[in-house]
Design a protein around this ligand. Structure first.
Ligand code: VG1
Ligand code: CO
Length: 582
């Protein structure tokens, strides 16, 4: 083992001519371990698994499925096989990390060996195998990596009996688009061998470089690149002043990966009092909860925001740190309103956006609140299918700065993933300038733009076959609904949403049953692409009104009854209440 301490980059280059400065960015001690450099490459025989088609966001299954021999290896090799052109990977960097859930470290060690055997020049791994999804995106972009492999099933529960997942992100830092995931799937169906090394494990706990075959495996600080990106967007001193003035935040990391980022940025850099971040240690099973930041799974936070003496702002993030929930005192901000409000105030309150927004975007089921803000700002608002991968092209082409989804996803073109902590920083930045309450800010927004009364109802663990048949049946008949009476008004248009990407012309069909009513209300139904048990039906309800003070349930009741009739959930599935309402 060779340890180079506090050397200048120039000094190291003299010793190792192939050395690249990006390898040690944010690293204090530059350590090199050469012991595994002569490991021979092994070709392992394998057989295809038939179930490795990625869904809305990567390959997600029960952990037990991933623990089968060769399962992770096949998928990793299939990713590399799908990417390989003649030049191979000898000039390329691959990033690896995950949300700290059970099986993360095992999967990471396997993937490191396969990446090394496939000839990557460099592999970057977050210390302890940690990288949040947005931090992965930042790392890929800043270190010019070919792509990144994320070990996470996001907001799904973890542990030996929970879920595991693998997502592949491409060079722009974003989730692989459908063309890429389909190519990976094709490779998984015909795979016969994978390449690996018989080396021991790389020490993931210590920053530094292990030379494995021809590959430099560098353990990096998972916080460094991400934090640098956030510093460039927000006025940290204004936020420090906000905390100094007595402003209080409660941030629930739900034992996911965001805890390490939130403690560093909120408590260490912005001076929020210790204890601001709760459930901050990443745990392999998230302490037994669903790390999903909504009113049901983060009920404790919701409750603490409704007690007397509650903090000014409440926030939570999911397992891999790309989702966020925003709460005021006794006040829930819908993800659609949060997106609209950030877009509304960004240029005036957040330095990274002071030159204005190039455009906005939302997924189809997301509320139209941001559309109204975009119209006022004179920018376009794009409507994409569900899944962050659809925003990447728009951002790369400079057509969109801020985007979001109703599923607690908000983000901007600073990376190519949704970014939970970014949304919290955006709210802090806005509140630091506006100096008012969350509830007041939202009420002002409704006064100016009107309100989208909005809810999503999820029906989980439905029989997969009948749910698929139901959607297929509706697809056939849906167009006939146009002109009929529904929910005290008339159906203006009913279809199965189809999207043509304005940048590359690719077409995505069958993206959700959509009914638009004459009063601009919307009723949408689609099957989830991230579940691991049976089918999950998601029903989305939106009703726009110029005033904001009505109870949501009452406002949406006619739409909910119309959906019950249309989807016949009672008759088909014997369900009369949803599993989760958000
Ligand atoms: C869900 C959400 C979608 C989100 C996706 C990944 O997909 O609806 O908006 O992009 O999860 O989020 P589906 O197909 O189950 O509706 V995450 O935080 O799991 O990366
Ligand atoms: Co997530």
């Amino acid at each position: 083992m060779l340890v180079l301490r506090n050397r200048s980059i120039k000094g190291i280059k003299k010793i190792f001519p192939g050395f690249k400065a990006s390898e040690v960015q944010g690293v204090r001690d530059i350590r090199y371990d050469w012991r595994m450099r002569n490991e021979p490459i092994r070709t392992m025989q394998t057989k295809p698994f038939t179930d490795q088609r990625p869904g809305t966001s990567g390959l997600r299954k029960k952990t037990k499925v991933f623990e089968q021999p060769h399962y992770v290896e096949n998928f990793a090799q299939a990713i590399f096989d799908s990417l390989k052109d003649k030049s191979g990977f000898s000039k390329e960097t691959l990033a690896i990390g995950g949300d700290g859930r059970y099986f993360n470290r095992t999967a990471i060690q396997k993937i490191i060996r396969i990446a090394a055997a496939n000839g990557f020049r460099q592999v970057l791994v977050g210390r302890s195998g940690f990288l949040s999804t947005p931090a992965m995106s930042a790392l890929i972009r800043r270190r010019n990596a070919l792509g990144g492999i994320l070990l996470t099933a996001s907001h799904n529960p973890g542990g030996a009996d929970g879920d595991f997942g693998i997502k592949y992100n491409v060079r722009n830092g974003g989730p692989a688009p459908e063309g890429v995931t389909e190519r990976i799937y094709e490779e998984t169906k015909k795979i016969e061998r994978y390449l690996t090394l018989e080396s021991g494990d790389v020490n993931l706990e210590r920053e530094g470089t292990t030379v494995l075959g021809n590959t430099h495996v560098t353990i990096v600080d998972p916080l460094f690149d991400y934090t640098e990106v956030q510093k460039g967007l927000f006025d940290f001193s204004a936020m420090q002043a906000l905390f100094q003035s007595g402003f209080r935040l409660r941030f629930d990391a739900m034992h996911g990966i965001t805890g390490i980022y939130a403690r560093h940025i909120l408590e260490e850099l912005l001076g929020a009092p210790a204890g601001t971040v709760v459930r901050g240690e990443p745990l392999e099973d998230f302490g037994g909860i669903h790390p999903d930041p909504n009113q049901l799974h983060a009920a404790g936070l919701v409750q603490s925001m409704s007690m007397s003496g509650a903090p000014d702002l409440g926030a939570a993030c999911d397992g891999d740190g790309d989702r966020n929930m925003i709460l005021g005192r006794n006040f829930f901000v819908t993800p659609g309103d949060s997106l609209a409000l950030i877009a509304q105030h960004a240029a005036e309150c957040l330095p990274g956006y002071s030159s204005g927004l190039k455009g906005a975007a939302r997924s189809m089921p997301t509320s139209t609140a941001v559309d109204r803000v975009a119209a006022k700002l004179g920018i376009r608002c794009h409507e994409t299918p569900t899944g962050w991968k659809f925003f990447g092209n728009l951002m790369d082409a400079g057509m969109c700065t801020i985007c979001g989804e109703e599923s607690f996803g908000t983000g901007s073109d600073h990376v190519r993933e949704k970014d939970g902590l970014w949304a919290v920083l955006a709210w802090l930045g806005i509140l630091a300038v506006r100096r008012t309450s969350v509830a007041r800010l939202v009420a002002d927004h409704w006064e100016t733009f009107g309100r989208s009364y909005y809810q999503r109802h999820d029906y989980e663990r439905l029989d997969l076959k009948s749910a698929s048949e139901m959607i297929a049946g509706l697809r056939e008949t849906i167009a006939g609904l146009a002109g009929t009476e529904m929910a005290d008004t008339r159906v203006l248009n009913a279809d199965d949403f189809q999207y043509t990407d304005p940048v590359d012309g690719s077409i995505s069909m069958r993206q959700g049953i959509r009914i638009i009513l004459a009063d601009e209300s919307r009723l949408i139904g689609r099957l989830s692409g991230t579940g691991t048990e049976g089918a999950t039906l998601r029903l989305y309800f939106e009703r726009c009104r110029p005033d904001g003070g009505e109870p949501v349930e009452e406002m949406l009741r006619p739409l909910v009854s119309a959906a019950e009739e249309l989807f016949q959930l009672k008759r088909r599935f014997h369900r009369d209440t949803p599993s989760v309402i958000t």
